[in-house]
Write a protein that binds this ligand. Structure first.
Ligand code: CTP
Length: 477
């Protein structure tokens, strides 16, 4: 047991109020969990604080609220015996110390009150079970029964109890272990890792929303491949994203192999994480090649092909988001778009020409810069010469994009001829020809055949209409 005192951690005035309330109520009170861990790791911007009171957390929360100058509202969650209040920008959660056991098939615990030690026993990891005393006699003392502080120093994730008990009490913790390993770049202790592998199937009782919260945190960590590889190794990934697992491995045919698209994907995700914190661009990197498993063929003479994998992949994005109960909104559409266009700049980079660049600008619209960031991350060749050449080609693409955009104002453009004008000109009711003419005008602009301006587009429309056998009305221009 470590008896050091950390009064410095408790400078936030809110602790003074909690201590005052606890003294008045004669409740033993501690700050516990993430706040203590992050303070000791010098990650000092934690905005949520967990308070544990021996006996009633709810009673303490009410007292604290009555003492605080802002008199905040207390939210009470009776079933869990917890209460929450906000003070300035901090969220404070109060819980009574408990002895807990979970039922086999749900995360809902049977709660029984207990001592601080009981409460620490039932927490997920030793690094999350440390507490600072808020009691007057030993204010700031670290209570660390499992030597979590040395696990912090050794960068180790370890459960306070036998890992089989800790993980089966709450299987979400298997993901949390991997998430902390990825966020903090810690190692999961071997018994724990074995236990996760053994209990992986228990993840099925966890809601998709909670799983995705952890997955997002893994993706947002500095080197997401640490977490993703652990998910794969423990077979949790097989349950969450089997489409990714299907990319693993190399097949040989007539002595020819293809790259391992799972490990390639992990590299792309790590690469992109050096250049963006945009969660959805990281998701795009994670899913950019998922269409490769279902489209993989070996063609004599051509070798391994993945025709149309971008299109198939973008359709799979929808299914994955739906299955994981992720938002089916513009974020999903963004991921679909990056996946769909993910090979386009690479093709263009082989031979940079105006027309292809114009189309790229049109199709990618405001997401073009993100798409290029993705494509640069997608270069994982170990051949230094090749890598340099590809990166250089992307520089050319970027320059060409600037040049074409300045000249043609193509991004988010609307051709200057509307469907109504086409109808009026040829005296048409709504019909297929209108779409055909509109599409032809758009393509002519993008291919550089006509300028993006009214007169050129109008003349082109007349010619196109004529070729479709349409006649103009007299008063059309
Ligand atoms: N906890 C647990 N088992 C869980 C979730 C949480 O034992 N499945 C405990 C841990 O002691 C944890 C504390 O509850 O430190 C608070 O949980 P939470 O706020 O979810 O995580 P933090 O540790 O605060 O970390 P972060 O803010 O990074 O999620």
């Amino acid at each position: 047991m470590n008896n050091s005192t950390y009064k410095d951690a408790l400078k936030n005035e809110v602790f003074t109020y909690i201590t005052k309330a606890a003294t008045q109520l004669k409740l033993e009170t501690y700050v516990i969990g993430g706040f203590v861990r992050d303070f000791l790791l010098q990650r000092n911007n934690k905005k949520d604080i967990d308070i544990v009171a021996v006996a009633s957390g709810i009673e303490l929360a009410k007292k604290v609220a009555s003492l605080l100058p802002t008199k905040p509202k207390v939210q009470i969650f009776k079933t869990y015996g917890t209460a929450m209040l906000r003070y300035n920008d901090t969220e404070i959660e109060f819980v009574g110390a408990r002895k807990e056991s979970y039922s086999e098939n749900s995360r809902n615990p049977n709660v029984e009150s207990g001592s601080l030690k009981d409460d620490q026993n039932r927490r997920d990891f030793t690094i999350n079970a440390m507490a600072f005393s808020l009691n007057e006699g030993n204010f700031g003392e670290l209570l660390d029964p499992f030597n979590g502080i040395s696990d912090l120093q050794n960068k180790s994730i370890r459960t306070p109890l036998n890992p089989d008990i800790t993980y089966s009490d709450d299987p979400l913790r298997m993901l949390r272990a991997i998430r902390f390993a990825s966020q903090l770049q810690f190692k999961i202790e071997i018994e724990s890792l074995q236990s996760i592998t053994k209990n992986a199937k228990r993840l099925e009782i966890i809601t998709k929303e909670r799983i995705v919260t952890e997955l997002n945190k893994i993706l947002l960590s500095p080197k997401p491949s640490i977490g993703l590889q652990l998910l794969f190794k423990t077979k949790l990934l097989h349950q969450i994203l089997p489409e990714l697992v299907a990319l693993q491995g190399v097949e040989y045919e007539q002595g020819q192999g293809h790259k391992d698209n799972f490990y390639h994907t992990l590299e792309v995700v790590d690469n992109i994480s050096e250049n963006t914190d945009n969660l959805w661009l990281r998701w795009s990197a994670l899913l950019h090649d998922i269409g490769k498993a279902p489209t993989k063929r070996f063609e004599k003479g051509n070798g391994w092909t993945f025709h149309g994998h971008e299109f198939v992949g973008s359709k799979m994005v929808y299914k994955i988001f739906k299955r994981l109960k992720m938002p089916l909104n513009e974020k999903m559409k963004y991921v679909q778009k990056i996946v769909l266009l993910s090979s386009r700049p690479i093709v263009i980079a082989q031979e940079v020409n105006d027309s292809a660049v114009r189309r790229l600008i049109f199709d990618a619209g405001e997401d073009l810069e993100d798409l290029l960031i993705h494509c640069e991350a997608d270069i994982t060749t170990k051949n230094k010469e090749k890598k340099k050449r590809y990166l250089n080609n992307f520089k050319l693409v970027r320059e060409k994009v600037k040049e074409v955009e300045a000249r043609d104002k193509i991004r988010n453009f609307q051709p200057p001829i509307s469907g109504e004008l086409i109808m009026k000109t040829f005296n048409l009711k709504p019909c297929r020809e209108i779409g055909t003419i509109k599409e032809a005008i758009k393509n002519a602009i993008l291919d550089g055949k006509i300028k993006n301006e009214y007169n050129a587009c109008y003349d082109f429309m007349l010619k196109k209409g004529e070729s479709l056998g349409l006649t103009t009305t007299n008063n059309s221009h």
